[in-house]
Design a protein around this ligand. Structure first.
Ligand code: NAP
Length: 323
């Protein structure tokens, strides 16, 4: 069996359990692609899993983390029609699989699309999870439409900064929360109103919104993402009657929603190559662009996790796997 370099965990724990080592190179099944990874995006789910505080993957040990990939198709399964060897692709790995912190990864072809041509692999690897999450939260769960008002929490974060641009493209009025150091950044990417959550209670200055997107990353010490955070609890009152709160971090209470005369949903992003193809068109048309906070070599995945766990990333952290 061929081998490759990968970052694996052999037990749950802190960043020190991430081990850069040789691992077996995966083989694509008939509906899969084998991708030579150029870059892998880092998401809070990676360190939440590493801590043992998120869904348990199919093979916990040894486990290769990583859901975001950009790279080149190395081999295609026998039933794959839409891709060929040598294609530049970006995609989201299945939730119960991961595997992108490695030189090679296999993925169902349905979770992958051709890479936006105006992005390099580092930028493209920043996109899949956060853009699919934002798309599915705003447009599927929230049915956001032109002219509506949306409050996006953690607007400068990975999900938030793409959600702001997608909502703006849709024609919504976008209100974002962040600390003051991100104010200029949020204006540049299209926020119409910004609330500095460190000095102002957003519920004192924001009202009558059609949709709230709760995307505030939980503290590392939180036992699970599923505990509704303080930001979510304070968000009910800013919604219009029949407005909707969509959380990507916690399970909102339907009883509380009913008491406020509003609706709520929780979503878990799904890999979706067709949506990534739509998003690639928006990127290439200049409507959406990822911001890269930090690029680190694959070997330094532990440092990348420490940075992400700090909870104040602007845009995305990406691991460079190949030159
Ligand atoms: N359900 C799903 O499918 C799904 C998908 C992706 C992500 N998620 C979850 O969504 C959360 C966010 O993910 P992410 O990748 O966007 O995280 P991230 O990039 O690490 O978020 C960092 C951002 O959060 C902001 N922030 C921190 N505390 C805040 C607060 N109280 N109010 C407003 N902004 C605050 C920071 O802004 P400042 O620096 O200005 O403080 C920073 O820009 C995570 O819990 C992740 O696990 C879920």
């Amino acid at each position: 069996m061929k081998s490759m370099k990968a970052v694996r965990i052999h037990k749950y724990g802190g960043p020190d359990v991430l081990t850069y080592e040789d691992a077996p190179r995966p083989e694509p099944k008939e509906d899969e692609l084998l991708i030579r990874v150029h870059a892998a995006g880092v998401n809070p789910a990676d360190w939440q899993i590493r801590f043992g505080r998120r869904f348990v993957l199919e093979e916990p040990f040894s486990l290769i983390l990583g859901f975001d990939v950009s790279g080149i198709v190395e081999a295609v399964g026998s039933s794959v029609a839409d891709f060929k060897t040598g294609d530049a692709v970006y995609g989201m790995m299945p939730i119960l699989q991961g595997g992108a912190y490695a030189e090679y990864v296999t993925s169902p072809a349905t979770g992958v699309a051709h890479k936006p041509s105006c992005l390099d692999h580092i930028q493209a690897a920043a996109m899949p999870v956060v853009s699919l999450t934002a798309w599915q939260a705003l447009f599927e769960a929230g049915e956001l439409s032109a002219g509506q008002r949306v409050l996006i929490h953690a607007a400068a974060g990975g999900v938030g900064h793409i959600a702001v641009q997608l909502a703006k493209w849709k024609g919504a009025h976008v209100i974002g929360t962040a600390s003051a150091r991100n104010e200029d950044f949020l204006r540049e990417i299209g926020c119409d109103e910004i609330t500095d959550y460190t000095t102002t209670r957003f519920e004192d200055v924001v009202a009558d919104v059609d949709m709230v997107l709760d995307s505030v990353v939980r503290d590392v010490s939180a036992a699970t993402d599923a505990v509704a955070g303080e930001t979510l609890q304070r968000s009910w009152g800013v919604l219009k009657k029949n407005g909707i709160l969509v959380s990507i971090c916690a399970t909102p209470s339907s009883e509380t929603a009913a008491a406020y005369g509003v609706r709520c949903k929780q979503i878990l992003a799904d890999p979706n190559g067709a949506q990534l193809a739509e998003i690639a068109k928006l990127v290439d048309a200049g409507h959406v662009k990822p911001t890269i906070n930090t690029v680190l070599p694959l070997k330094q995945a532990a440092k990348a996790h420490e940075l992400s766990q700090g909870g104040h990333t602007r845009g995305k952290i990406v691991l460079q796997v190949a030159e």
